[in-house]
Design a protein around this ligand. Sequence first.
Ligand SMILES: Cc1cc2nc3c(=O)[nH]c(=O)nc-3n(C[C@H](O)[C@H](O)[C@H](O)COP(=O)(O)OP(=O)(O)OC[C@H]3O[C@@H](n4cnc5c(N)ncnc54)[C@H](O)[C@@H]3O)c2cc1C
Length: 344
Amino acid sequence: MRPFALETANDRSAALRFGRDTGGAEAHITAPTQYLAGGTQLFDLMKLDVMQPRTLVNINGLEREFGAIEAAADGLRLGALARMSEAADHPVIRRDYPVISDALWQAASPQLRNMASLAGNVLQRTRCNYFRDRKWAGCNKRNPGSGCAAIEGVNRRLAVLGVSRHCIANYPGDFANALVALGAEVMIVNPDGDTRTMPFEDLHRLPDDTPHIETNLVPGDLITGFTVPSGPWTRRSLYLKIRDRTSYDFALASAAVALDLGPDGTVRTARIGIGGMVAKPWRSREAEDALAGRVLDEASAADAAEAAFAGAVTHSQTDFKPELGRRTLVRALLDAGRMEIDDV
Ligand SMILES: Cc1cc2nc3c(=O)[nH]c(=O)nc-3n(C[C@H](O)[C@H](O)[C@H](O)COP(=O)(O)OP(=O)(O)OC[C@H]3O[C@@H](n4cnc5c(N)ncnc54)[C@H](O)[C@@H]3O)c2cc1C
């Protein structure tokens, strides 16, 4: 591991002052100064020498300001520094936004969930071996212009939706799939102290020909939290995660679904996020449109799944993934349709 300086920020202005040292970096994630939350990803990638920040700014002292979880009638407010386990266990989230609680519960391990923050979680980086292992020269994400070794290599765990000819890395997180399905927003403050809000769907970028620029954050931006609007679909919601090993593994396929159904089972609103095989957190409006106004049953769910994966692009080891993704989505939709929703 390379030497680095560790700074501690106990308030927002101190954090942002350090965050100003962007070193002319093109991407937030490659800036020489990185905010340190739980450190569960940052230290991992620093030990692999994939991330090489010169300065870490410990922002855990900002937890009082940016660590709260607040539930109100119009929605949820999740502080950036709330821990994954706090949000997973929060009684209102479990009851009214189960897709969020499910996604967090099925992510990582209890120890990691106790350490890891919500903002750090959404900013986690791909698990693509060619990205994480510097012995491989060909990784456009780590080393722009070097090619993508995964396209002809070991790619079973990588993406089929949103890929480009420059990168087929997958976005590995779970929580982000719930946020994208529910139409969340992310709150940001820049090093000058200016705040802005962005649809969560716009936080991550598709790889296109710049896979090394993963988000629309600029160097020095600090995520302060997330808002999730309430809606009649949030209570009938769930996250289904399919993985090689049921305990403690990243998704091969996942679906975040939230439904508002009429008394006869007609879909008034469907909100659908796809994970496990996507280049970025992925909302499938195609699947949502395929369900709207139809009775939720095997046929309509299958049509939605067909629409969700119509644009899938597979490589040598990912031919099985669109079918796995379709089956995952169908099961998630039908399970959500059967949920018993108590009146509050
Ligand atoms: C073995 C293992 C298994 C895992 N399994 C899963 C899984 O199944 N599902 C899943 O979703 N995740 C999984 N994870 C990922 C884990 O959830 C992330 O490592 C964790 O959520 C990162 O959060 P953190 O607070 O530790 O981030 P850190 O490591 O502290 O930070 C990560 C990045 O985010 C930046 N950052 C942090 N906070 C902010 C902020 N407020 N504003 C701007 N930038 C910020 C940091 O500068 C850094 O670049 C796994 C991780 C490991 C190690």
